[in-house]
Structures are given as C-alpha cells and as structure tokens.
Design a protein around this ligand. Structure first.
Ligand code: KIV
Length: 265
C-alpha cells in the first residue's frame, strides 16, 4: 500500500473517491486495516467504552491514547493515523493543549490529532496547524460533551443546525484539513460537505460525506450491547468467537486438545 498523506487524501476528495477510516486501538486490527487498504486509522477515545468497558469516553487519559497509538502505528506503517486527544488534554489552556498535542505526535508517530468542538477551539486549531500539527475536527454529536448535550442523540435538527454549521466553518477557517461529522441529519452533512474545502468524514451523518468511519469492533460485530442506527455489522464476530471458545472448552474438557499434532515429541 502506498503511504497515505494529506495530499493523497485531498486527491481522493477532488476525484470524488470516497475515503475510508476505521477507529481502532490495537496492532492486529490496524495491520488488517492497512492490508485491505483502509486510508486512515483513528485511534479513537471510544477505546474507553469499547476496550475498557467504561460508560463514556471522559475518563480516558493521554497516556492511554499514546499507548494504543504506538501499537496501531506498529501495525499500520503506511496508513494515515489520527489520534483522538482525550477529554481535558486540550481544554485547560492553549499552552498545555499545544504541549500535549506535540507530545502525542512526537511519541507515537501519528500523522494528526483529532479535537472535538467548534468555535471555542478555533484558536488552538490555528496554532497547531501553524506549528506543523495537522488537525482533524469533530462536530455534530461530540461524545466528550455527552453531559452537556444531554445524552447520546442526533445533533443539528432545526435551529441547532446553525450552530453545527458555525462550528464547522470555524474549524475549516482555522485550518482543520479533515472534519468528522457525527450523528447529524444527512441533508445537513450534505450541505456542509458540498461547500467544504476540508475533507468530511461521516459517522451517522448519511452517505454524502467525503468518507466514512466506523469503529472496528462494531463493524466486526463484537459490540453487542449498544447498536446505534448508523452501525453496520459486517461480521457476526461475537457469535463466531463464542463458538470457538465453546469448542476449545469442550475439547480441553473432553481430552481432544491438545492432540499429537499440537504436542512436542
Ligand atoms: O472515538 C472514536 O472512535 C470516534 C469516532 C467514532 C469518530 O471519535
């Protein structure tokens, strides 16, 4: 696979070719993504919920993001790797935010950082881009603001659409080269994408974005307890794994495993 860069991603947008992104947190899944030519890997702070079993992404730490991104980078040397900056790693002050974003890029080898928010982070986005750190924005439903938004929901219906558009514009003007649109009406995402210089990546934002992102563990059917409308399961992963584990248990208990084949002479 040829190395994915901001230039090759913009070429795809210009040529009307869809961009693919997977949110994942480990070496093996990242390696699979790269093998099949997924353009971008997001080390999402959804790892708090999916990998750690937390109720939200809020407790995820900078150290955890760095740990997982290093593993992903080892598995996908040529993909474009984006790291989610966790809650409170970029909200306290500009200085601390820049230091944390710089640390993530230096220590992980990731290509860009992702920040949730709009107008309130525009100055930070501008500063990061000027320093040389590519920024991916994230508007619509922003999980780090779940408590302010009043739970997991579609954002941008009715009057709320104006705020989403303002936030998007602020990020675009500040220099974010890519912006994730999460859980919003598809026509709003279409309108935003049609007039956007930045690349739009949708999740629960309909088919008109420049690209789409799904969480690996949702896509392969390992997450069973939550099933948002926008998730498509491409594999019955949990069922298949359960069957494999059951068979292992039965074979050990029945003296079938290990056989001669799995034993040393
Ligand atoms: O944390 C994450 O995985 C994300 C994507 C779902 C966009 O932010």
């Amino acid at each position: 696979m040829e190395k994915i860069t901001i230039r090759s991603l913009f070429r795809k947008k210009r040529e009307g070719k869809k961009i693919t992104m997977i949110s994942t947190y480990d070496y093996l899944s990242a390696k699979l993504c790269q093998e099949v030519g997924i353009d971008c890997i997001l080390v999402g702070d959804s790892l708090g919920m999916v990998f750690q079993g937390l109720e939200s992404t809020l407790p995820v730490t900078l150290e955890e993001m760095i740990y997982h991104t290093k593993a992903v980078r080892r598995g996908a040397k040529d993909s474009f790797v984006v790291v989610d900056m966790p809650f409170m790693s970029y909200q306290v002050s500009l200085e601390e935010a820049i230091k944390n974003c710089g640390r993530v890029i230096k220590e992980t080898g990731a290509n860009a950082v992702k920040l949730e928010g709009g107008e309130e982070i525009a100055e930070l986005v501008y500063r990061l881009v000027n320093i040389g750190i590519p920024v991916v924005g994230h508007v619509g439903f922003t999980p780090q603001s779940v408590n302010v938004l009043g739970g997991y929901r579609v954002v941008g219906k009715g009057e709320e659409a104006q705020r989403v558009k303002r936030d998007f514009k602020a990020l675009e003007e500040a220099g974010a080269f890519m912006i994730v649109l999460e859980s919003m009406p598809k026509d709003l995402a279409k309108e935003i994408t049609q007039s956007s210089k930045a690349i739009t990546i949708g999740i629960g934002a309909g088919p008109y974005c420049d690209g789409q992102v799904l969480v690996f563990y949702d896509l392969v059917g390992l997450v069973e307890d939550i099933k948002p409308k926008f998730v498509k399961k491409y594999l019955e992963g949990a069922r298949l794994l359960r069957e494999a584990l059951k068979t292992f248990k039965e074979e050990v208990e029945g003296g079938i495993f290990p056989s001669e084949e799995e034993s040393y002479g």
